[in-house]
Ligand binder design. Structure first.
Ligand code: PEP
Ligand code: MG
Length: 580
């Protein structure tokens, strides 16, 4: 009998395939006493598990296509190095011999000791490496406990599989995508998590917040996943399969129709040119920037360069990486955002909760982390400045909440310029510095930021999260996510107006900018620069090219004046369905 589960569709597309269930959950470990005569057997069992973990990781690494960028494969090398480290190999063995405990318990003791050391570290970046330790130790624990499921890799590959998991980190998503999965569904997560953003940017159909995955579905089930409507159907009958195959054909047709718009410029019916920029994070996104004929990059999320590795990249590595992007963009402008790590942008294996204390979204993330850890921030500032000598580069600061932070950043940039100058290293002395407006406090004081900056970009993912007090990765409160909330629209309007008064450009780079349902509303509010994942670009352009700002502006003004949620929803629908 077929069974349908629903969740939140976060990345459009239909996939039909076999389920690959990743069961992880927390690992319960019990202490037991090993008789003296069996101690050496227990030691051998432990060392065997370590050797199996090594074999599994090597096999995963060997399956990753050669062209995959180094930092994705580098984290596997990091895990392999840890599996050779005395803290993981020798100390648990000593514990088994000295205390006569079982291997799982010895490993747990060692894990707790290592994690404590990591948590006391002052270095915020190094603290994030705790997750790597957990990943490696959990892998060994699962082998010891013979709970094989939980691996991101199976013999024979995952080609065409629909992966089911409690949650996936962005790094895991990339790894799975490289193994050829056709879609994924998770129990947790929200539409604005970085895993969701990544799924959309690589066009991997996905559904999150599907409760009961592990309860109702099994490895090997035939599944249909509808990433647009958030539906997962197990064991479908022939009629249902036929219906979804037809939907796959329609989806392919839609994509090819949109592809025919690639060379058409984005200009409204009343001849107002609109700038359409791309959000990128992975090197493979750059190809999409030219494929979709975007005008440049409005948001380059650099944190992906810092993930899945033991040490942060040094200035030179960052510089080289930015240089590669500049070259690939061939003269198109590049907006490099400084590191926005923390909250849901943890390094591999952080899972739910993260490591920034009880409330990571409100904690030490983005510019706060960078200002606290100048050893992390300064090399990036220098690398971006050096890159600015090689092409049209702008620098963008995430999550500013007050002008004091901004002043500190601007001083650090001046310092970095001065040190480069003294070393005879080139940079663009007029590099434009912009700020992301994504905290309500910053939106409310947008005028003060606009006076001090060269451009603003509205990060609606965080702005909505903070305005409506909903954690963007918590599926329990996802239903409250509402870009049309009158308070959100009022803040967006304040930022656009502040930019116009100060005479500086204002863009939007949150997911709202790539959603065609909001395009006309935003045009009517005065937005002229949209930055989005490249796969959304043609659809947004199609709406732009069928819209007239002079017609939209007064209608949107009236709507915003009303300030009533229901009227706004109805009004936006009416605007979207009218002729222009
Ligand atoms: C945003 O918050 O809207 C944004 C673009 O930044 P990120 O999603 O990377 O936090
Ligand atoms: Mg943000």
């Amino acid at each position: 009998m077929s069974l349908a589960l629903t969740g939140i569709g976060i990345s459009r597309g239909i996939a039909i395939g076999r389920a690959h269930l990743i069961v992880r959950g927390s690992i319960e470990v019990q202490e037991s006493a090993i008789p003296d005569r069996l101690i050496e057997e227990e030691v051998a069992r432990y060392l065997d598990a370590v050797a199996t973990a090594r074999r599994q990781l090597r096999s995963i690494r060997d399956r990753i296509p050669k062209e995959t960028r180094v930092d994705i494969t580098a984290f596997i090398d990091t895990y392999l190095l840890m599996l050779d480290d005395a803290t993981i190999v020798n100390t648990p063995v000593d514990l088994i011999r000295d205390t006569g405990c079982n291997a799982e318990w010895a490993l747990k003791q060692q894990r707790d000791a290592v994690v404590e050391v990591f948590e006391q570290m002052n270095d915020a970046y190094l603290r994030t490496r705790r997750d790597d330790v957990d990943h490696v130790i959990n892998r060994i624990q699962r082998i010891l406990l013979s709970t094989g499921q939980g691996d991101l890799h199976v013999e024979g590959g995952l080609h065409g599989a629909i992966v089911l998991a409690d949650d996936l980190t962005p790094a895991e998503t990339v790894l799975l995508q490289h193994q050829g999965i056709s879609a994924f569904a998770t129990e947790y997560g929200g539409p604005l998590s970085h895993t969701a953003i990544l799924a959309r940017s690589v066009q991997l159909p996905a559904v999150v917040g599907v409760h009961g995955i592990q309860h109702y579905l099994q490895d090997g089930d035939t599944l249909i996943l509808d990433g647009q409507h958030g539906v997962l159907i197990a064991d479908p009958d022939e009629n249902t399969l036929e219906h979804y195959r037809e939907r796959q054909v329609q989806e392919a047709r839609r994509r090819s129709e949109l592809a025919s718009l690639v060379q058409t410029p984005a200009v409204t019916l009343d001849q107002r040119p609109i700038r359409l920029m791309a959000n990128i994070e992975l090197p493979e996104d750059i190809e999409a920037v030219s494929r979709e004929n975007t005008q440049g990059v409005g948001l380059y999320r650099t944190e992906f360069l810092f993930m899945n590795r033991r040490e942060p990249p040094d200035e030179e590595e960052q510089y080289r990486c930015y240089l590669g992007v500049i070259e690939a963009l061939n003269g198109k402008p590049l907006t490099i955002r400084t590191l926005d790590m923390g909250a849901d942008k943890q390094v591999d294996g952080a899972g739910k909760g993260g490591l920034c204390g009880g409330n990571p979204a409100l904690g030490l993330r983005a510019i706060r982390l960078c200002l606290k850890d100048l050893g992390l921030f300064r090399p990036q500032l220098r690398a971006i400045l050096r890159a600015s000598a090689q092409g049209p580069v702008r620098m963008m600061i995430p999550m500013l909440s007050n002008t004091h932070e901004l002043r500190q950043v601007l001083n650090l940039i001046e310092e970095a310029k001065y040190s480069l100058q003294r070393q005879g290293l080139a940079y663009d002395p007029h590099i434009r510095i912009g700020g992301m407006i994504e905290v309500p406090a910053a939106a409310l004081s947008a005028a003060a930021f606009a006076r001090r900056l060269d451009f603003l970009s509205i990060g609606t993912n965080d702005l909505i999260q903070y305005t409506l007090a909903i954690d963007r990765v918590d599926d329990e409160v996802n239903y409250l996510y509402d870009p049309l909330h009158p308070a959100v629209l009022r803040l967006i309007k304040m930022v656009i107006d502040a930019g116009q008064i100060a005479g500086i450009p204002v863009a939007m780079c949150g997911e709202m900018a790539g959603d065609p349902r909001y395009t006309r509303l935003l045009l009517g509010m005065g937005l002229t620069e949209f930055s989005m994942h490249p796969s959304a670009l043609q659809e947004v352009k199609r709406v732009i090219n069928q819209s007239s700002i002079s017609t939209l502006a007064p209608r949107v003004d009236d709507l915003l004046q009303s300030g009533e949620a229901d009227q706004i929803v109805a009004g936006v629908e009416a605007i979207n369905s009218s002729l222009y």
